[in-house]
Design a protein around this ligand. Sequence first.
Ligand SMILES: [Zn+2]
Length: 136
Amino acid sequence: MKQKLASFMYGRYGADELSKGILIVYLLLAVVMLFIPNTIARTVLYLISFALCIYMFFRMFSRNIPKRTAENQKYLRVRRKIKEWFLLHRNKWKYRKTHVYRKCPYCKVQIRLPKVKGEHKCACPKCGDSFDISIK
Ligand SMILES: [Zn+2]
């Protein structure tokens, strides 16, 4: 049985981070469905979770490995951006009393600066350009 499964999965894509992400969304939808009394909304969520389940298995059994890898890379890029956004806002809140965050007008990167009132000249650590900032 184990060898049959191994020979079936040979040359197929298998599980990856996107599959895990889809599985987590599927499980979250299953939990949400338990608390929704509206039949129509529950049916819609059921159909969405069913489609997610089919998509997850389609990806796992797919033989088009380059395309599945590209999808996974795209998912990882989006997930990293979301994580960075949450980390930035968590740190903005955490250091709100001692630091301010400003965006570099040239390269748009967020820079954390000590909270010292007044007009300052700031050099971007990424692109090296300098610009004026005002901290109140
Ligand atoms: Zn910059």
